[in-house]
Design a protein around this ligand. Structure first.
Ligand code: ADP
Length: 489
C-alpha cells in the first residue's frame, strides 16, 4: 500500500468511531501541515464534545465483549497487527515523515518500534497471572485476580505519531480494555492509519476509536466528567500533564503520565570517546532531538572535553539536513514554526549569557521549519536551555572535574526521565547510574527505548511505566477474593 493507499485506509482524515469513518458531529475540520513545506496536506475532521461522548458510549458498550474475548484470541489479533504494520512499514513511515517532518530513516525505525509493542503485548496477553493462596491464620483462601481496568482514554504527542499511540493501545487491548485515542493535532493521520489496520486485522468495532481534533481540552473534558472512563494515559509536556492530573483527580481516575525530560549525558574520563560520540549522536539527534529522552545537557570530564567536543562537533556539523523524504536526509524540519522560534530563543539566551557556538550545520534554503544541528560550549549554569527541554538539535556541553559535584548538577532538575553514562569502567558507570535521579539510564548506549523494558520517569517526568511487564499492569486492576472454604487446616 502506498501513502495514498494508507491515507485512504485512514479514512481520508475522518474520525474513526464505532468501527467506521465519520465526519465530526458538527462538521468541523482543520488542516494538517507538512513541516517541510508549511503547506496543508489534508483537511481532517475535528472531533468535538459530542463525538467524544459518543466514543465513551461506544467503548463502554464494546467493553464486555472484548474483556471476555479469550486471551489467545486477543493475542492473535495483536500478532496480526504487528505483522500488518511491518508489511506497511514503508507507507506508514512516509505518512509519519509527511505530517511530522522527521527523516524517513527515523520514521521507518519508529514504525518497527511501534509495531513491536503489538508483538510484545501479544506475548504478555496470554500470561496475565492470577494467584491463589492460604490465609496465614487458616480457615479461608486468597484468590487474587487481574482484570481489565475498563474504558481507557489516551492523549498522545506529535513526536512519535505511531509509537506513542501503540505503546498505549497494545497493552490496553492485551489487558481487555477498550480504547479512545486523541492524537496530537499536528499528526493525526498516522494514528488513523493504525486504526484502519486494526480494523483490517479483525479488531471488533468500537474497541478502539481515534478522535483527531484541534480542540483537545473540549474532547478530554468529556472523559473526566464520565465515570465510565477508568484509566487515562497521557504522553506530553509536564505543563499539560499537571492540568490533566488535576482533572483526573475529580473521579480518582487511574493515570499513567509520561511527561517531559531533561536528560544528562555524562562522559567519564575513561570513556571510549568514539563510542561516546556515536551514542551522543543517537541520544541527541534521533527524531531531530524532538524526543523526551533526548540528551539535553552534556557533562564531559575536563580531561576528555576537547577531544569529545571536536569529534562530536564534527559529526553534528556534517549532519545532512533537508526534507525528511529526500534521499540521505538525517535531520528533517522541526514540527512547526513556533518550535523553531522556541529553540532560537533558548540558543540566543545562552549566547547572550556567554555560550559559544562550537559547531553548527547548515540550514537549507527555501520553505520548511528547519533548525541547524548546533553544539554550544562555555554554557553558563543560568542558561535557560539547561532547565528547559530544548526539543531540537542543540547540544550544550558542560565540563566537570569532580564526580560528586557533577552528579549534583546533573540531578538539579525538575525532570528525571532518561540519562546516559559513558565510561570504560562498569563499576563507575553503575555507581553513577544508581545515583542519577532518572527512571532510565543508558550505560554506554545512546538508544534505550525497547517495548520489552519499562519506560518512564521520576520526579516531574511522570507516573507509571509503559512497556515491559509493567506496561500491561497499568491496564489491570487487582481483585482480591476471600474464599471461605470450610474444613481446611
Ligand atoms: P506540546 O506543547 O508539545 O504540543 P502538549 O503537552 O501541550 O505538548 O501536547 C501533548 C498532547 O496533549 C497533544 O495531543 C495536545 O493536543 C494535548 N493537550 C494539550 N492541552 C490539553 C488539554 N488541556 N486537555 C487535553 N489534551 C491536551
Amino acid at each position: 500500500m502506498d501513502v495514498d493507499g494508507i491515507a485512504k485506509a485512514s479514512g481520508s482524515g475522518d474520525l474513526f468511531l464505532a468501527g467506521e469513518w465519520r465526519a465530526a458531529a458538527d462538521g468541523r475540520t482543520y488542516g494538517v501541515t507538512d513541516p517541510a513545506t508549511g503547506a496543508v496536506i489534508r483537511e481532517v475532521s475535528a472531533a468535538g464534545p459530542r463525538d467524544s461522548a459518543e466514543a465513551v458510549d461506544v467503548a463502554a458498550e464494546a467493553l464486555d465483549g472484548w474483556r471476555t474475548t479469550s486471551r489467545r484470541r486477543r493475542s492473535e489479533i495483536l500478532h496480526d497487527m504487528h505483522a500488518a504494520m511491518r508489511d506497511h512499514a514503508d507507507a506508514l513511515a512516509r505518512l509519519i515523515t509527511l505530517e511530522n517532518g522527521k527523516a524517513y530513516r527515523d520514521a521507518k525505525a519508529e514504525v518497527f518500534y511501534a509495531a513491536e509493542f503489538f508483538r510484545w503485548f501479544a506475548e504478555e496477553a496470554v500470561r496475565i497471572g492470577s494467584s491463589f493462596g492460604d490465609a496465614p491464620a487458616g480457615g479461608f483462601r486468597h484468590l487474587v485476580r487481574k482484570q481489565a481496568v475498563g474504558v481507557t482514554a489516551f492523549v498522545t504527542p506529535w513526536n512519535f505519531p505511531a509509537a506513542m499511540a501503540t505503546r498505549k493501545i497494545a497493552p490496553a487491548l492485551a489487558a481487555g480494555c477498550t480504547v479512545i485515542l486523541k492524537p496530537a493535532p499536528d499528526t493525526p493521520l498516522t494514528a488513523l492509519a493504525v486504526a484502519g489496520l486494526l480494523k483490517e486485522v479483525g479488531l471488533p468495532d468500537g474497541v478502539c476509536s481515534v478522535l483527531p481534533t484541534d480542540r483537545a481540552a473540549e474532547v478530554a473534558d468529556v472523559w473526566f466528567r464520565d465515570d465510565r472512563v477508568r484509566k487515562f494515559s497521557f504522553t506530553g509536556s509536564t505543563a499539560t500533564g499537571r492540568i490533566l492530573l488535576r482533572q483526573a483527580a475529580e473521579h480518582v481516575v487511574n493515570v499513567t503520565m509520561e511527561l517531559g525530560g531533561n536528560a544528562p549525558f555524562i562522559v567519564c574520563p575513561d570513556a571510549d570517546i568514539d563510542s561516546a560520540v556515536r551514542g551522543a549522536m543517537d541520544a541527541k539527534m534521533r527524531g531531530g532531538g524532538e524526543v523526551c529522552i533526548a540528551a539535553n545537557r552534556f557533562y564531559v570530564h575536563e580531561d576528555v572535553a576537547d577531544e569529545f567536543t571536536a569529534k562530536f562537533g564534527a559529526a553534528m556539523a556534517s549532519v545532512r539536513i533537508g526534507p525528511g523524504l529526500a534521499e540521505g536526509t538525517e535531520l528533517g524540519p522541526m514540527i512547526n514554526e513556533a518550535a523553531v522560534a522556541k529553540i532560537w530563543g533558548l540558543v540566543d539566551d545562552a549566547i547572550t549569557k556567554g555560550a559559544k557556538v562550537a559547531a553548527q550545520g547548515p540550514t537549507p534554503d527555501g520553505p520548511g521549519w528547519y533548525f541547524p544541528a548546533t553544539v554550544l560550549t562555555d554554557v553558563p549554569e543560568d542558561a535557560e536551555l539547561l532547565r528547559t527541554e530544548v526539543f531540537g538539535p542543540v547540544a550544550p556541553i558542560l565540563t566537570y572535574r569532580d564526580e560528586n559535584e557533577m552528579l549534583k548538577r546533573a540531578n538539579d532538575a525538575e525532570h528525571g526521565l532518561a540519562s546516559y553514562v559513558y565510561s570504560g569502567s562498569l563499576e563507575r558507570a553503575l555507581r553513577i547510574g544508581d545515583r542519577l535521579d532518572a527512571g532510565m539510564v543508558g550505560l554506554n548506549r545512546g538508544l534505550i527505548s525497547d517495548p520489552a523494558a519499562p519506560f518512564g520517569g521520576v520526579k516531574q517526568s511522570g507516573l507509571g511505566r509503559e512497556g515491559g511487564r509493567e506496561g500491561i499492569d497499568a491496564f489491570l486492576e487487582t481483585k482480591y477474593i476471600a474464599v471461605d472454604w470450610p474444613n481446611i487446616p
